[in-house]
Design a protein around this ligand. Structure first.
Ligand code: INI
Length: 160
């Protein structure tokens, strides 16, 4: 008896021809501009085109989910990448922002069926944020864009 192998759907990271929307928060833009650079660079390095990217700026991370949902439901994009930086402050404001943003992004993805990825840094200091925006701990914008590219490709495989 031969070994039965599972059927696997494992997608590559090809971004050629893909249309991406990137939602980026102006709040903490010292950080978010670096996330955006990482995101655009990642699309281009994987064969995509900067001309097929639309960037939508929003005031803060709290506003990301609504813009992401509108972009996803427009039918104009294969995936939406969300970029923000929520940094712990003197008050509990950041906690309220944090509690809504991840759930809101997931809600936009589930409602529309379009991949919407989470490139929002949540941390305690500006130093930690910069470390994750192209510093010594990588770039969350790159990571979220790779996830978007992979999701676009795996959804194509699932659709057959
Ligand atoms: N928005 C952020 O993107 N990051 C933060 O760290 C942050 N903090 O800490 O306040 C933040 N607040 C603004 C918020 O996202 C909304 O734009 C604002 O509350 C208006 O709705």
């Amino acid at each position: 008896m031969g070994t039965v192998m599972p059927s696997e759907l494992s997608a590559g990271l090809v971004a050629a021809g893909c249309r991406f929307a990137i939602v980026v928060s102006r709040f903490n833009d010292l950080v978010t501009r670096r996330l955006l650079e990482g995101a655009i660079d990642t699309v281009v390095r994987h064969g995509g085109s900067a001309e097929l990217i639309t960037v939508a700026w929003v005031p803060g991370s709290f506003e990301i989910p609504l813009a992401a949902e509108r972009l996803a439901e427009s039918g104009r994009f294969d995936a939406v990448v969300c970029l923000g930086a929520v940094i712990q402050g003197a008050t509990s404001h950041h906690e309220h922002v944090n509690s809504q943003v991840a759930a809101g992004i997931m809600g936009a993805m589930r409602k529309t069926g379009v991949p919407v990825t989470f490139g929002v840094i949540t941390c305690q200091s500006m130093e930690q944020a910069l470390d994750r925006a192209g510093g010594k701990v990588g770039n969350k914008g790159t990571e979220a864009t790779l996830a978007a590219i992979e999701m676009v490709n795996v959804l194509k495989l699932i659709a057959g």
